[in-house]
Design a protein around this ligand. Structure first.
Ligand code: GDP
Ligand code: MG
Length: 177
């Protein structure tokens, strides 16, 4: 029973990004260390939790994934509600997912100005597809600089930088407590 585990902080972290950028894969790599090439339509629950230690503190991350609603632009306010941080994910092999991420960050920013901390980590996923790259690393870096937020290129497939991204979002969330 996970709830018996003591934690010093509990944070709600949400995943945003276009369909097929790898959000569900990102979550499953982090929580279960799994990867599959299949399209993962939904994991069937709203969120999954995982604890990590940060210095001497235990942080429980409750990570929320969309169940495919991003295809229909029908993500509700309750998804954003009370979140402490956000991973904004695009696919380096899909230019339109990069174009779309700006809009999604803007929307999160509007929501945050009302009641949430603006804690966003920009993620360019699928860095293993470098031969099919359509978004230069520099473009990601520049967008992150514009917002003053951290930036990582990740590969869920090769397990690169996934834990680092979650550590970064947790670290920023602690700063705002
Ligand atoms: P979502 O719609 O954003 O939740 O995306 P999914 O997690 O369902 O992933 C969509 C597809 O991208 C699946 O076929 C995954 O196997 C694949 N995928 C996810 N991450 C990576 C990655 O880092 N590299 C590669 N090559 N494929 C990935
Ligand atoms: Mg998904």
């Amino acid at each position: 029973p996970k709830d018996l585990v003591h934690s010093d902080y509990k944070f709600k972290i949400i995943l945003i990004g276009d369909a097929a950028v790898g959000k569900t894969s990102f979550l499953l790599r982090f929580t279960e260390n799994k990867f599959t090439e299949d399209h993962l339509a939904t994991i069937g629950v709203d969120f999954q939790s995982k604890c990590l230690s940060f210095g001497k503190k235990i942080i429980k991350l409750q990570i929320w994934d969309t169940a495919g609603q991003e295809r229909f632009r029908s993500i509700t306010r309750s998804y954003y509600k009370n979140s402490h941080g956000c991973l904004a994910i695009y696919d380096i092999s899909d230019e339109s997912s990069f174009e779309k991420i700006k809009e999604l960050i803007e929307y999160y920013k509007e929501e945050s100005e009302a009641r949430l901390p603006f804690n966003v980590i920009l993620i360019g996923n699928k860095s293993d597809l470098d031969l099919d790259r359509h978004v230069p690393t520099l473009k990601g870096k520049m967008l992150a600089e514009e917002y003053g937020i951290p930036f990582f290129e990740t590969s869920v497939k090769n397990d690169q930088n996934v834990d680092e991204a979650f550590m970064a979002v947790a670290g920023e969330a602690i700063k705002s407590t």
